[in-house]
Ligand binder design. Sequence first.
Ligand SMILES: [Zn+2]
Length: 346
Amino acid sequence: MLENLDKIKQQFHDELNAVESKGELEKIRVSFLGKKGLVTQELKNLRDLTPEEKKTAGMKVNSLKQEIEKAIVEHQKILEEREYLEEIKSAKVYDFTIPSSREVGTLHPITIIQKQIEDIFKTMGFIIEDGLEIQTEYNNFEAVNIPKNHPARDMQDTYYLENGQLLKTHTSAAQNTIMRKYGEPKKGEPLKVLFPGRCFRNENLDASHENTFFQLEGMMIGDDISISNLIYFMKVLLSEVFERDVKVRLRPGFFPFVEPGFELDINCAICGGDGCATCKQTGWLELLPCGMIHPNVLSMGGIDPDKYTGFAFGLGLTRLVMMKYNIKDIRMFNSGNLKQLRQFTR
Ligand SMILES: [Zn+2]
């Protein structure tokens, strides 16, 4: 038996010297120390010995086992070090003392207008909130009064995740979370929140449809909020963005989350209201849906609709930027075409 151990030891060291990779090393470990390995077999053979023989032989086998374990760990370190050195050798070396010639980037036109609107609303006391892009079906639909089987759901086909959550189809998906976060407003201190965000729809792409677009939603809830508050904020917003005195008009519009609901139009900047191709000869351009928040939406958000009212508007930020800069094709925004995008940065 002891002779056998010497042979195993010799065989191990011969094989180890030839090892060039971690995979080969693992093979050797298995062939000596694995379940059916040579050393393991010797340990099993101890059973057949007398107690006296077992003592001496046992010590020898165990010391060989330890020697092999140690040698494998050491060899592993050598291989890792070699790998590391080769990696360094093949890596590019940058000289950080050479002055950089890279150009500084610019903000995306949508980001510029978003920040501009955020600044306007901040000065009017609005809080800016950031809604999640991945939402539950409840937040995106039920909580804004769009129950299952409601026709509005068909118009807002989106991307679903395997866990049943979805990519939000409108910024309104954040309404419920925001209402619950801030709770019922104190008297004379209405809740004023602005929440811009990226939205998604499963659309066939063309010049006016994209699978990704940006909205900017505003909400004001208090004890005596009315439509005149809504019109005031809209006029301030649009005059600032378009840098002119903007005329607005409200038309009745149906949206499940508001009651009453409106379509807000602005007078066409291209023809000044006389009628042109862009405004389809009407002199007006449809800009945003808005209205008084539906009582169901308030109560689902934990706010008593008998005590409080509020308005909400959902501005199509992408559409607004297209109108401001007279951009004809929505696909330009995500095109990554810097030459085009930089025309709009200031
Ligand atoms: Zn026009």
